[in-house]
Design a protein around this ligand. Structure first.
Ligand SMILES: CC(C)(COP(=O)(O)OP(=O)(O)OC[C@H]1O[C@@H](n2cnc3c(N)ncnc32)[C@H](O)[C@@H]1OP(=O)(O)O)[C@@H](O)C(=O)NCCC(=O)NCCS
Length: 156
């Protein structure tokens, strides 16, 4: 699993996060030591995910495939490169939902008490950050769709 993100990786990631309102705010792109980065033959990033430690498991976030490479199965390859467990992911994207199910994840309601406690703290911080950075478009989008984000879990 690749863990090092260069400045140009983060620039690329931020530019996608800026437009994809389901994702975390772009200023969080550099947060997280565990990540998977897929590159093309020239070394440019084409796929990415971050694994955030939620005390009793890892949450997959910032899961993106470059616009020019979507629809080619890269989401499956990204998931295959995760070498930690247990992992879980909230998403409302049907493409990612399909890839998660194919990778053996199953639908769940909550990721467990400890991970949920961590998630609540983390989400509160993110909401406050969105307010302080005036990212209301993302905040309202995520509140509006809150019931559509579905949880998928892969146990040990
Ligand atoms: C969601 C995303 C990561 C999917 O990556 P991708 O590499 O394009 O997806 P894949 O080509 O691997 O396709 C995954 C599945 O979705 C299906 N799919 C692809 N495009 C589709 C479309 N437009 N409509 C419906 N299904 C589609 C594929 O057939 C594939 O199905 P399979 O599991 O049966 O093989 C990518 O589109 C993306 O970066 N989106 C923006 C960021 C985002 O929303 N991330 C999720 C945040 S929670």
């Amino acid at each position: 699993m690749s863990s090092a993100a260069t400045d140009s990786d983060l620039y690329w990631l931020k530019s996608i996060m800026k437009n994809e309102l389901d994702l975390r705010p772009p200023f969080l792109a550099g947060i997280g030591k565990k990540r998977v980065i897929m590159r093309d033959e020239l070394g440019n990033p084409i796929g990415h995910l971050t694994l955030s430690n939620r005390w009793s498991g890892y949450e997959i976030n910032s899961f993106v495939v470059d616009e020019n490479h979507r629809g080619r199965g890269l989401s499956h390859e990204l998931l295959e490169r995760i070498d930690t467990s247990p992992t879980f992911c909230y998403t409302r994207d049907i493409r990612l939902q399909s890839a998660l199910l194919k990778a053996g994840y199953s639908r769940a309601f909550l990721p467990g008490f400890i991970a949920t406690s961590n998630l609540m703290l983390a989400r509160l911080c993110i909401v406050l950050c969105m307010i302080f950075t005036l990212d209301f478009r993302r905040l309202f989008h995520q509140i509006k769709n809150i019931l559509r984000y579905k949880l998928y879990i892969l146990d040990d």
